[in-house]
Design a protein around this ligand. Structure first.
Ligand code: ZN
Length: 528
């Protein structure tokens, strides 16, 4: 008997509502495989892939084919009596085909979009229900699941997609925050830790050592990471600044385990993991015996891989002897980890620990710089090292000796070092030796040197001026003349009028054929 879909849908409205409810409960949005079936069903319906509808009034059965004109993927039989469906795809439970047949009937009088919305909301409701059970287990369960979209993301996926997926997760989680302000920062810490844990393979793939090139996408990921760490930090400070609630004890304990697992068992971006671990143990878990317990745990459970974390506790607790024993283990491979610890010691003004670590690192420095630090990062690296050596009270001689190892990467820092000590002729020699461009010199110590000890820099300025003149254009002549004026000023100050006039005369004589230069020199009024 022929009957339109619309008519069937009208006749069996109640049964259809019941069937669609069954789908809602059978295919949960939180389970990726089940959610896929629903989405696939919607695609079938919207793509017009449900056809050959027929209705058997006596058996109260509908049958339909799913597929396009060329291929029939499956045949579905819906029984309104049994409130169930069969499908030739052989799945035992609800499949995309069965769902598509029901959706097709349903949307004759209802909005499928609204239903989808409702269906998705069930997940949030379920999560809210579980979150209200205030235990770390309940929170961990819900949060671990909510992070699935970024956990399963392909490593090469565009960072913009990653950011978008995460913002959807944050939207879903927003209504789940506990109402009490004491609990909010806790919940947020859990969110950040779960996010870091789920996204870590992706994040370290994009920010790891191998991907040293700059890209816009990398910038996205970098910002995301610092955003998470920033929020962790704020929440930790917020919790640490208030009296501790007895009910939060299990959360504190659970956090210790979570942070430890994250920091020690993930790989890549060591410095960031270490930083995360520090945040908790510097500001939140400050109790002495708690720290001792954690250190002992690291000792037994993680042994060698955790030595830097153990060393971290020795630094925090001023246990230099123990720290010293661990430094026997410092080598090229863990240099950067120990350097991170040195920086931490510096931040906390643990000068003895800093000095101890720097003494161990120093012999490895040159090798590390040339083999591990990419060229563009070397100047900053040298500045950092020299700063640490200074704080650690290394003798000046030793610091200076290091500059010969740093070579060109250390020019900036060495230049500052010399200017600070008013060793201007050595400074000028350094500029000369490495052919530092004039602009850099001018932005550096030039004016200080000129004012304090003009005689030591005049030869250098003469070199720059000669260089400008050789460029043979009006613009560079003007630059040369500006330099001559600087020289004139300092000659005047040091009372070397005669010397200076002779110098100008020599320059003129030597370049008398360069009319444009002579013109510029005259305009510059260079004689004293
Ligand atoms: Zn099927």
């Amino acid at each position: 008997m022929h009957m339109t879909v619309e008519r069937v849908s009208y006749l069996h409205e109640n049964e259809i509502m019941e069937l669609i409810d069954n789908i809602k409960h059978a295919l949960r949005p939180s389970e990726p495989e089940e959610a896929f079936e629903v989405r696939q069903a919607v695609t079938y319906v919207r793509g017009g892939n449900v056809h050959s509808f027929s209705y058997d009034a006596s058996g109260r059965v509908v049958s339909a084919e799913i597929g396009n004109d060329d291929i029939t993927e499956a045949e579905v039989t819906l029984s309104f009596d049994r409130l169930d469906a069969d499908c030739t795809c052989n799945k035992t439970d609800w499949c995309a085909h069965r769902a598509a047949a029901v959706f097709h009937l349903y949307l004759q009088f209802h909005s499928l979009t609204d239903w989808m919305h409702e269906w998705r909301r069930t997940e949030t409701d379920q999560m809210a229900f579980k979150i209200s059970d205030r235990t770390p287990e309940a929170w961990n369960n819900v949060l671990a699941r909510s992070m699935n979209p970024i956990r399963v993301i392909a490593l090469r996926e565009n960072p913009a997609v990653f950011i978008h997926k995460f913002s959807l997760i944050e939207q879903d989680l927003a209504p789940l925050y506990p109402y009490e302000w004491e609990w909010k920062p806790f919940f947020d810490i859990y969110i950040r830790l779960h996010a870091l844990e789920a996204a870590w393979p992706y994040v370290s793939f994009h920010l790891g050592e191998e991907s040293s090139t700059f890209s816009h996408g990398k910038w996205y990921v970098k910002n995301w990471l610092s955003d998470q760490l920033g929020k962790l930090k704020d929440n930790i400070h917020s919790i640490a600044s208030k009296p501790r609630l007895f009910e939060t004890d299990p959360f504190h304990e659970n956090l210790q385990r979570k942070v430890r697992t994250f920091a020690l068992e993930q790989s890549g971006l060591f410095y960031k993991r270490f930083q995360t671990y520090q945040l908790f143990w510097q500001y939140l878990f400050t109790n002495q015996s708690l720290r001792e317990r954690e250190r002992a745990l690291l000792d037994t459970e993680y042994a060698s891989s955790a030595s830097i974390f153990i060393a971290f506790f020795h630094v925090l607790q001023d246990q230099e002897e123990d720290l010293k024993k661990l430094t026997y283990d410092v080598k090229q491979e863990n240099f950067s980890e120990w350097l991170a610890l040195a920086e931490l010691a510096d931040q906390h003004e643990k000068t003895d620990a800093l000095s101890l670590i720097m003494h161990v690192l120093l012999p490895l420095m040159e090798d590390y710089l040339t083999n591990r630090v990419p060229l563009p990062r070397r100047p900053a690296f040298v500045r950092k090292i020299d700063g640490l050596l200074e704080t650690a009270d290394f003798p000046e001689q030793q610091r200076e000796q290091m500059f010969s190892y740093y070579g060109e990467s250390g020019i900036d820092v060495y230049a500052d070092f010399l200017v600070e000590r008013e060793r201007f002729s050595e400074w000028a020699a350094l500029m000369h030796r490495y052919r530092v461009p004039y602009d850099v010199t001018e932005a550096g110590g030039l004016n200080v040197a000129l004012a304090a000890d003009p005689a030591s820099v005049l030869p250098l300025l003469h070199l720059y001026a000669t260089h400008f003149i050789k460029e043979r254009n009006r613009q560079s002549y003007r630059r040369a003349v500006r330099l001559f004026k600087k020289m004139k000023m300092s000659a005047k100050k040091s009372g070397k009028h005669e010397f200076w006039n002779r110098y100008v005369e020599t320059v003129r004589e030597k370049n008398r054929r360069l009319r444009a230069l002579i013109e510029e020199m005259e305009k510059g009024n260079l004689y004293l």
